[in-house]
Design a protein around this ligand. Structure first.
Ligand SMILES: *[C@@H]1O[C@H](CO)[C@@H](O)[C@H](O)[C@H]1NC(C)=O
Ligand SMILES: *[C@@H]1O[C@H](CO)[C@@H](O)[C@H](O)[C@H]1NC(C)=O
Ligand SMILES: *[C@@H]1O[C@H](CO)[C@@H](O)[C@H](O)[C@H]1NC(C)=O
Length: 182
């Protein structure tokens, strides 16, 4: 079980400060001219009952989350689709823990394997593709983690990184990959 008090405070903050108006139905693929390869929006949603952020490029899957206590939070990043031609792109793996009700992303295959081997997470496919290095004007995709509410949070927005560290008790664990800027 998660800590109810911390979760409630967190939920109140997130609901007020971070609920974004975008909905999955209005999103279009975007081509950003950085490395020259088309990208797709990585959608984010948040569940205050589960204290969980979830990420997907699949608008149909997102709609399922939105009918199950998740609130849309717009676009977390622009990543490369499954059929990308970008030569240096690597998979952004998704993992899920039903015990923690936590969705996790990693572009590091060793991290994925180590996390799976610990038994709390199962593989949840590939969200899309990302750059392992900061090429062509790409920006960091930051990972933050909160051990109290057992949530992993991912963003390209430096202001969100500061807010989550300063106000919500998340730890900044650095860049997990590089993506086209918003
Ligand atoms: C998107 O999600 C839906 C619902 O989960 C699934 O049926 C469909 O296969 C997914 N599409 C792709 C391209 O993965
Ligand atoms: C949504 O939240 C309500 C209130 O906490 C809970 O009773 C319900 O089981 C949740 N539904 C799902 C699908 O998680
Ligand atoms: C990948 O993950 C492993 C296991 O956590 C870690 O030892 C390694 O430093 C990571 N590699 C990079 C490039 O971050």
């Amino acid at each position: 079980m998660k800590l109810a008090v911390a979760a409630t405070a967190l939920a109140a903050f997130l609901t007020q400060a971070l609920a974004a108006p975008a909905t999955s139905g209005t999103l279009q693929p975007a081509t950003v001219p950085n490395c020259g390869y088309p990208t797709v929006p990585l959608l984010r949603a948040w569940s205050e009952t589960a204290t969980d952020h979830v990420y997907t490029t699949n608008a149909t899957e997102m709609d399922t989350f939105l009918t199950n206590n998740y609130t849309a939070q717009g676009i977390a990043a622009y990543i490369l689709p499954a059929d990308t031609q970008a030569p240096t792109a690597v998979p952004l793996f998704r993992l899920y823990s039903s015990k923690n009700t936590d969705h996790y992303l990693t572009a590091n295959a060793t991290d994925r394997d180590v996390t799976l081997s610990r038994g709390n997470y199962v593989s949840d496919g590939i969200a899309g593709y990302v750059y392992p290095d900061q090429d062509c004007g790409t920006v960091p995709l930051w990972r933050l983690n909160n051990h109290v509410v057992l949530d992993n949070f991912f963003t390209t927005d430096q202001a969100e990184v500061y807010d989550f560290v300063d106000q919500l008790g998340y730890n900044d664990l650095g860049a997990i990959a590089y993506v086209n800027p918003q």
